[in-house]
Write a protein that binds this ligand. Structure first.
Ligand SMILES: Cc1cc2nc3c(=O)[nH]c(=O)nc-3n(C[C@H](O)[C@H](O)[C@H](O)COP(=O)(O)OP(=O)(O)OC[C@H]3O[C@@H](n4cnc5c(N)ncnc54)[C@H](O)[C@@H]3O)c2cc1C
Length: 408
């Protein structure tokens, strides 16, 4: 009997024109210096911010927020009185709040009809779940975790070291260190795929399957990028770890708080930014706006696709940095059922490998959040590519079947 979810939601970050991927990554010819370069002010009136510009907290909400705040301080300290911000994700909201707090007039232009960017709360019959960012990562040093605490939000810690997998699990002892050592020893310009193919030629003491699955779980799931593209030395960045916690009721609770009091124009995509000697001029759908300076927080794949026309063009060093960065694709499916059919597990975290090499899914049991049996699944690799070619209802059905027939 097919198992059918009673409610579901499916993300489409890869196809979304305002994200074009899930989070930024460093390609084989890049390094964290490219993140720093991208975030370096262009003169005194233009600055790119956002998660991609953080050298140590990239790909995460708090890194985005920190870079937004930093850009806001930069603009205010230069004495700008009217500042435009492109994007109402964590970076844009961070920048705008900082500017507002310093008495600067700030106008935020957001392409989508909603706030939050790559954080997106979806309502599933009365309970809200995250279709984008889920966890507060690097919890102890996470500025948004401190905000969640101040607001009294309920959070749940996930133990990523203890995922339950169906069937026998190959020993992973020593694999973490071996992978880390091999990636760090790789020559400049090498990809993760280069390292993996050399390793598989003499895999002992592990089996090739154990190594592949470990790389799928640690790197493919964490990046969603083709391993041939991803930098061996820099592609596997700090992030997921012990203490990561997710918010009951979703990131929307933080976003709404941060946006309170800000002037945000939703449904206003910026199409061109002209930097002049006495200010900036931006245009777009229903936009003809002048300001003293501008902070742009569009994701790297949006910038690389030239969705925004810059005049004069971005400097060569910024373009080069952009070319060495990119984004992977990790998608989410949220499934609500009438009855629970998967096993209880202390960490509430599950992993199921796909039928093909390089395919993996991970699952968070979110039942405790609202009392209804609910799973949040993340997919990456060729499995994702095959599933996400289908309509949402079919993805949800297929994903439910994967958990149901996993053979716990
Ligand atoms: C599936 C998924 C899971 C994730 N899980 C986590 C997690 O658990 N923890 C974590 O910390 N992070 C996670 N992340 C990453 C996190 O969501 C991002 O790093 C962070 O939200 C990025 O914030 P940002 O402000 O830099 O960019 P965005 O949130 O992308 O904001 C940029 C904004 O700019 C807007 N925009 C783009 N172009 C234009 C334009 N031309 N004109 C006007 N507006 C424009 C966009 O619509 C968007 O709102 C996840 C992301 C995804 C997709």
């Amino acid at each position: 009997m097919p198992i059918v979810p009673v409610a579901y939601a499916v993300s489409r970050w890869g196809e979304d024109p305002w994200s074009r991927g899930s989070w930024s990554l460093i390609g084989r010819h890049g390094s964290p210096a490219d993140r720093v370069q991208l975030g370096t002010p262009v003169g005194t009136r233009l600055r790119i911010a956002g998660e991609a510009t953080h050298p140590t907290r990239s790909g995460m909400t708090h890194g985005a927020y920190e870079k937004g705040v930093e850009a806001g301080i930069w603009a205010a300290e230069l004495g700008h009185r009217r500042v435009a911000v492109v994007g109402a994700g964590m970076a844009g909201l961070g920048a705008a709040r900082e500017l507002m707090a310093r008495g600067v007039s700030v106008q935020v232009f957001e392409a989508r009809e909603r706030l939050g960017g790559r954080t997106a709360g979806v309502d599933l019959d009365g309970c809200t779940f995250d279709l984008g960012a889920n966890w507060l990562q690097q919890y102890d040093e996470n500025v948004l975790a401190r905000l969640a605490e101040r607001l009294g939000l309920t959070t749940t810690v996930t133990d990523f070291n203890d995922p339950r997998e169906p069937g026998p699990v190959a020993s992973e002892a020593g694999l973490e260190q071996a992978l880390h050592d091999r990636l760090q020893a790789a020559p400049a310009g090498a990809s993760v795929a280069d390292v993996l193919s050399e390793w598989l030629q003499s895999p002992e003491p592990w089996t090739p399957l154990a190594i592949r699955r470990y790389v799928d779980a640690e790197i493919t799931m964490d990046t969603g990028a083709p391993l041939e593209w991803l930098s061996a030395r820099h592609g596997f960045e700090a992030g997921v770890g012990e203490g990561d916690a997710w918010i009951t009721g979703s990131y929307r609770l933080l976003v709404d708080h941060l946006a309170d009091g800000l002037d945000v124009r939703l449904g206003h995509p910026v199409q061109s930014i002209r930097v002049e000697s006495d200010g900036v001029h931006l245009t777009g759908l229903a936009i003809d706006h002048r300001a003293d300076a501008i902070i742009v927080t569009a994701p790297v794949n949006v910038l690389a696709a030239d969705v925004i026309h810059f005049e004069p063009p971005l400097p060569a060093a910024h373009r080069a940095a952009l070319g060495r960065l990119g984004m992977g694709r990790v998608e989410k499916v949220i499934l609500r059922f009438d009855e629970r059919f998967w096993p209880e597990h202390t960490s509430g975290y599950y992993r199921i490998h796909g039928p093909d090499e390089g395919s993996v899914s991970e699952w968070l049991d979110a039942t405790a959040a609202d009392g209804n049996p609910t799973l949040v699944g993340l997919f990456a690799g060729p499995w994702l590519d095959a599933l996400w070619a289908r309509p949402d209802a079919e993805i949800a059905g297929a994903a439910a079947q994967i958990v149901h027939s996993a053979g716990w």
